[in-house]
Design a binder for this molecule. Structure first.
Ligand code: ATP
Ligand code: SF4
Length: 327
C-alpha cells in the first residue's frame, strides 16, 4: 500500500433507520475518503449522522438500520459484503475504535491485562511474556501509572480518563490501518481532553494508517486534522483541507459555524456552536438543498434544485449552488 492509497473509502452511502414515525434518512449519498497517514475530521451538529457513518464503516449498525445504497471499503475490502469471519478479522486487526464511552470498546468482565494480551492474538511469534511486556510498554506510553500492578484490574476500576487511555493503548497494540475515534474527548474535562489529544497526535505518528476523528469541537479538529468533512442532516456539504475550509469556507453552513463567537462554545460539553433553526426532519428531508430552511443566502432555486458538488479546487468542494462565489 502506498501513502496515497485510501484506507477508508465510502462511496454514495445512504443509511435509513426504521422507526415508528417512518424511515429516518440518517445518511444520504455520502462520500468520504481517508488515506494512509492522514487524520480526517468529521464534523456536524448532533443528529447529523456522524455516529451512523462510524458504525457503518465497521458494520456495527443496529438491527433497524438499512443500507440503501453505496459501498464501504477498508484497505480495499468490501466491508458491506464481508462474511462473519472476515468481519471479525477486520474489527480485530484492521480497524480500531475509540469511542466517547470507552466501555464500548472494553470488555467489562475481563481484566485489562488479559484483554490487551488477547488483542495481540495474531502475533504468533511473540510469547505470552513478550505480549505482556508490550502491554506494559503501551500502558506506560499512555501514562497509566503502576501499570504492572494494574493489569489484573477490570475496566470499572479505572476512571473515565484512564479507560480512554487504555482504549488508546489497545489501539497502539493493534497498529490498525484505520482508527475511528468517535468523540473520544467529549466526556472528559479540559485537562484530560488535552492529554488525549496529545496521545492521538502521537498515535498518528506511530500507527501506519489513517484516523477518522469524529467531533463536535471545531478547535480540536483544527488542531488535530489534515482534512475535514462537514456533515449536515445526513449529507456531506463541504470538504477540503482544514486550512482551506476553516479559512475560506465555501458552504454557508460551514461559514455560520465558524462565524459563531467561540466564547459561546460550551466548554463542558464542547458542543458545536448553535446556529439559528433546527436540523430538518430526516423522515422527510427538505426539497432542493437540505440546508435551505436555515440558509440566509437561499434563493428560489435552492428550494427546488438540490446542489451537486461544486469543485473549488482539486482537493476542495462544497455542495452549494454558489460555492464558486464564496460563502
Ligand atoms: P451525536 O453527535 O448526537 O452523536 P450524530 O451526528 O452522531 O449525533 P447519529 O447518531 O448518527 O448522529 O444520528 C443520525 C440520525 O439518525 C438522527 O436523526 C438520529 O435520531 C437517528 N438515529 C440514530 N440511531 C437511530 C436508531 N437506532 N433508530 C432510529 N433513529 C436513529
Ligand atoms: Fe444556501 Fe442555496 Fe447554497 Fe443551499 S444551495 S447552501 S440554500 S445558498
Amino acid at each position: 500500500m502506498t501513502a496515497t492509497d485510501p484506507v477508508l473509502e465510502i462511496r454514495d452511502l445512504s443509511v435509513a433507520f426504521h422507526s415508528p414515525a417512518g424511515a429516518v434518512q440518517a445518511l444520504r449519498r455520502v462520500d468520504l475518503t481517508a488515506r494512509r497517514g492522514e487524520i480526517v475530521g468529521l464534523v456536524g451538529e448532533s443528529g447529523s449522522g456522524k455516529s451512523t457513518l462510524a458504525l457503518a464503516a465497521t458494520r456495527l449498525l443496529p438491527a433497524n438500520a438499512e443500507i440503501r445504497s453505496g459501498t464501504v471499503a477498508v484497505c480495499g475490502q468490501d466491508v458491506l459484503s464481508l462474511p462473519a469471519a472476515g468481519l471479525r478479522q477486520l474489527r480485530g486487526q484492521t480497524v480500531a475504535m475509540v469511542f466517547q464511552d470507552p466501555m464500548t470498546s472494553l470488555n467489562p468482565v475481563l481484566s485489562i491485562g488479559s484483554q490487551m494480551i488477547d488483542i495481540q492474538y495474531r502475533d504468533a511469534t511473540l510469547s505470552r511474556t513478550g505480549k505482556r511486556a508490550r502491554v506494559l510498554a503501551a500502558l506506560e506510553r499512555v501514562g497509566i501509572p503502576d501499570a504492572a500492578q494494574r493489569l489484573a484490574c477490570h475496566p470499572h476500576e479505572f476512571s473515565g480518563g484512564m479507560r480512554q487511555r487504555i482504549a488508546i493503548a489497545m489501539a497502539l497494540l493493534m497498529n490498525p490501518a484505520l482508527l475511528i475515534a468517535d468523540e473520544p474527548t467529549t466526556a472528559l474535562d479540559v485537562t484530560l481532553q488535552a492529554q488525549i489529544v496529545h496521545l492521538l497526535r502521537r498515535l498518528r505518528r506511530e500507527i501506519d494508517g489513517a484516523i477518522l476523528f469524529v467531533s463536535h469541537d471545531l478547535g480540536l479538529v483544527a488542531e488535530l486534522c489534515d482534512r475535514v468533512v462537514i456533515l449536515y442532516a445526513g449529507e456531506v456539504v463541504e470538504e477540503g483541507t482544514v486550512l482551506d475550509v476553516f479559512h475560506t469556507p465555501r458552504h454557508p453552513y460551514t461559514r455560520m459555524l465558524l462565524d459563531c463567537d467561540p466564547a459561546r462554545i460550551d466548554v463542558v460539553s464542547r458542543t458545536l456552536p448553535t446556529i439559528p433553526g433546527d436540523l430538518p426532519d430526516l423522515v422527510q428531508p427538505p426539497s432542493g438543498c437540505v440546508f435551505h430552511p436555515r440558509c440566509p443566502r437561499a434563493e428560489d432555486r435552492c428550494r427546488v434544485e438540490a446542489p451537486s458538488w461544486n469543485a473549488v479546487s482539486a482537493t476542495r468542494r462544497a455542495r452549494c449552488h454558489f460555492a464558486g462565489e464564496g460563502a
